[in-house]
Every structure is written in structure tokens, then in C-alpha cells.
Ligand binder design. Structure first.
Ligand code: PMP
Length: 381
């Protein structure tokens, strides 16, 4: 080899050590990862097809079944974030020409519609403009709408969808573990979430589960799903859900992310789902009452419709929301965020998820907010 052949020199930046600050992650995600889960992810890398990994994947599957309250055999974690699971759900169930109905109660319904449109489908028919009229094959609903801070009720919708031969697809990225959800009882056909919110694992794996009804539709397609990576026939085999005696290489599973995910599910099992739901609810109610006492307004007026994990506060009048979030980050080393999609400029968003959901953290956020309102520029108008 000719040592002088490289024309791009080694970058100076990579000759300095990696520096990552400690930060209070109280935005809508990712949330803080406790040492126990971080350490799990620091275990040695072994082969993604080694029997020990298959056992860890099987444990993850059991943990997801508990978290989702489902007996579905077709339960696994996709390699990627919430968006990956969202595309996995839509790309596998919908064929070109079929329509998808989405409930647009924030940004996530809009994104689901866009994904459906990309495979040549009719997406984004406005909320309930009729299951009977458009005969959609899938109805999409975000249980926890993290852009608006809305918790959407689920009861009865699955049964209604089934009456019209429509699959009920629910996004629980922002809500799972923080609010009651019963996949089987509520007739949910496809449910997914992410690892980086209530689960407190690093971003990069996304639990997903499919009902028997969903599998019937998916495995009787006329066309192949547009994505090879997200093709459920392949994923089902990799996760040992297809009953075949051996597994075939599909993609290299992110094994260290599996370790963290398994540990995060173990933490949830240790606390118990009901306890976790209750804790998030109590902490949120305390937070919301304190905010109102401070003279701030909650974006979601109806108490029952407030998401416990992500709180949307009406952007304080006279202030620049961006100055507030920037001030809090700089002065308190704490992340809260502004709006997203339809809520940009209208709200501040605070996420208290998993281990972050505590009264002590509420007090920390309140102190930071009070300090920001005192020090940030306020217009007289
Ligand atoms: N759905 C909801 C409700 C979310 O809050 C998020 C993340 N903010 C997503 C989907 C997308 O997840 P990810 O960023 O992990 O792709």
C-alpha cells in the first residue's frame, strides 16, 4: 500500500476524546437512561444469531406481551426507532390502492397518512369521515399524541373497526407504561412503541405486536411489502414467531440495544404496569396543579384528555418560547421543548417518563420555569 495515497487527512476532531454532558431529559423524549439499563447495554457483543441472543429476544417478547397486555404470538422489536415500527405497521398491512383512515389529533396522524400516500394509497381521510364510506383497511390512532399532549380514549374503537373489516392500528410511543392500555381487550390489531420514553432505554428498538386478524391480512397479500427490511415474514422468522425450526439471516440485530431493551422491560416488570400507570398519573396531576397555581395554562383543557407522560403548557404570553427553552437548558442543564407540527409556537412541552416521573423532578422543572419567567425578556404588549 502507498501510505501517501490518502487525500483526506485524519480529522483533528476525532483525535480529541468523546465528551457527552449529563443532562435532565425532560422533553418529549428521549428520557434519561438509568445506570442499570446503560450498563446492560455495555455487555459484550456476541453474534445476533447465537442461542443466547435468541433467548434474550424471547425474554423481550414476553416483556412486550406484558407491557402491551397481549397474547399475540407475533410480537417482536424492530431495529430502529418509533418511525421504523410505524412504517413496519403500514408497509406490511397496506397494499397499493387501499385506503387508510387516520385520526389527526396532532402530528402523528399526519405522518401516518404521509407514509400511506408514499405507497400509492389514499391516506389522511379526516377523522371518522366514515369507516363505511371509504372502507379503509387500517385505522390509525395515536394513543398519546406527544405534539398536542392529548391522551385519546381507545374503548370501543377496535370493535367498530372490526365491524367494517378494518384493522385498528395504535401508536403508543408516548403513552405505553404511562397510561392504561390493553391490546387484546381493546381490540387493537397492531400496536407499537419506542424504547426511549417510559422504558428509559436508549433510542433504537421499537416493540410491535400484530393480532391474528392483522396476520391474516398481512400473510395473504397479493403484492410484496415495499420494504425488504421491514417485511414481517422475515422479521417473524428472525424473532422466532413463524413456527419454523430454524432462523435465516435477515439483518444484523442490534444486540447491545436488545440488552438495554430487555433490562428496561425487567424494570417495568419489577414495578408492575398498574403501579407505573398510577405513578405517572399522580405525578402529572401534581405537576398540572402546580403549573396552574403559577398562573400558567394547560393546552389540554379537559383533565381526562391530558397525557400523563407529556404535558403541553400554553406558551406564556409575552415571551419567546425559544428563549425560555434555551435559558433553561443553559442555566439548569435541563431539556424541555417547544411545540411540534401543529403545536409549534403554541406550547412548551415537558416529558416526565419512566424513572423521570417523580415529584422531585416536577419541583425541579417548576423551579427552572419560574427562574426562566423571571429572567427571560417579556414584552409589554
Ligand atoms: N409517535 C409518537 C406519539 C411519538 O411521540 C414519537 C416520538 N416523538 C414517534 C411516534 C416517533 O418515534 P421516533 O422519534 O422514535 O422515531
Amino acid at each position: 500500500g502507498n501510505m501517501s495515497s490518502v487525500s483526506v487527512p485524519p480529522p483533528k476532531c476525532l483525535q480529541k476524546p468523546l465528551v457527552v454532558p449529563h443532562r435532565h431529559m425532560f422533553g418529549p423524549g428521549p428520557s434519561n437512561v438509568p445506570p442499570r439499563i446503560l450498563e446492560a447495554g455495555a455487555n459484550p457483543v456476541i453474534g445476533h444469531m447465537h442461542p443466547e441472543i435468541f433467548e434474550i429476544m424471547s425474554d423481550i417478547k414476553s416483556g412486550i406481551q406484558y407491557m402491551f397486555q397481549t397474547q399475540n404470538n407475533m410480537t417482536l422489536a424492530v431495529s430502529g426507532t418509533g418511525h421504523t415500527a410505524m412504517e413496519c405497521a403500514i408497509f406490511n398491512t397496506v397494499e397499493p390502492g387501499e385506503s387508510v383512515l387516520t385520526a389527526v389529533n396532532g402530528i402523528w396522524g399526519e405522518r401516518a397518512a404521509e407514509m400511506a400516500e408514499r405507497i400509492g394509497n389514499i391516506g389522511g381521510i379526516p377523522y371518522f369521515s366514515a369507516l363505511s364510506k371509504h372502507r379503509p383497511v387500517v385505522f390509525f390512532l395515536a394513543h398519546g399524541e406527544s405534539s398536542t399532549g392529548v391522551l385519546h380514549p381507545l374503548d370501543g374503537i377496535g370493535q367498530l373497526c372490526h365491524k367494517y373489516n378494518c384493522l385498528f392500528l395504535v401508536d403508543s410511543v408516548a403513552s405505553i407504561g404511562g397510561a392504561p392500555l390493553y391490546m387484546d381487550q381493546q381490540g387493537i390489531d397492531i400496536l407499537y412503541t419506542g424504547s426511549q420514553k417510559v422504558l428509559n432505554a436508549p433510542p433504537g428498538t421499537a416493540p410491535i405486536s400484530f393480532s391474528e386478524r392483522a396476520c391474516q391480512k398481512i400473510f395473504n397479500r397479493r403484492t410484496k411489502p415495499v420494504s425488504f427490511f421491514l417485511d414481517l415474514s422475515w422479521l417473524a422468522n428472525y424473532w422466532g414467531c413463524d413456527g419454523k425450526p430454524s432462523r435465516v439471516y435477515h439483518h444484523t440485530g442490534p444486540v447491545t440495544a436488545f440488552y438495554s431493551l430487555r433490562e428496561s422491560l425487567a424494570v417495568l416488570v419489577e414495578e408492575g404496569l398498574e403501579k407505573s400507570w398510577e405513578r405517572h398519573q399522580k405525578v402529572a396531576e401534581y405537576f398540572h396543579a402546580c403549573l396552574e397555581n403559577m398562573g400558567l395554562k394547560l393546552f389540554v383543557k379537559e383533565k381526562k384528555a391530558r397525557l400523563s407522560t407529556v404535558t403541553t403548557i400554553v406558551a406564556p404570553h409575552g415571551y419567546d418560547w425559544k428563549e425560555i427553552t434555551t435559558y433553561i437548558m443553559k442555566t439548569h442543564n435541563l431539556e424541555i421543548s417547544g411545540g411540534l407540527g401543529p403545536s409549534v409556537g403554541l406550547v412548551l412541552r415537558v416529558g416526565l417518563m419512566g424513572c423521570n416521573s417523580s415529584k422531585a423532578n416536577v419541583d425541579m422543572v417548576l423551579a427552572a420555569l419560574k427562574d426562566a419567567l423571571k429572567h427571560c425578556h417579556k414584552s409589554k404588549v
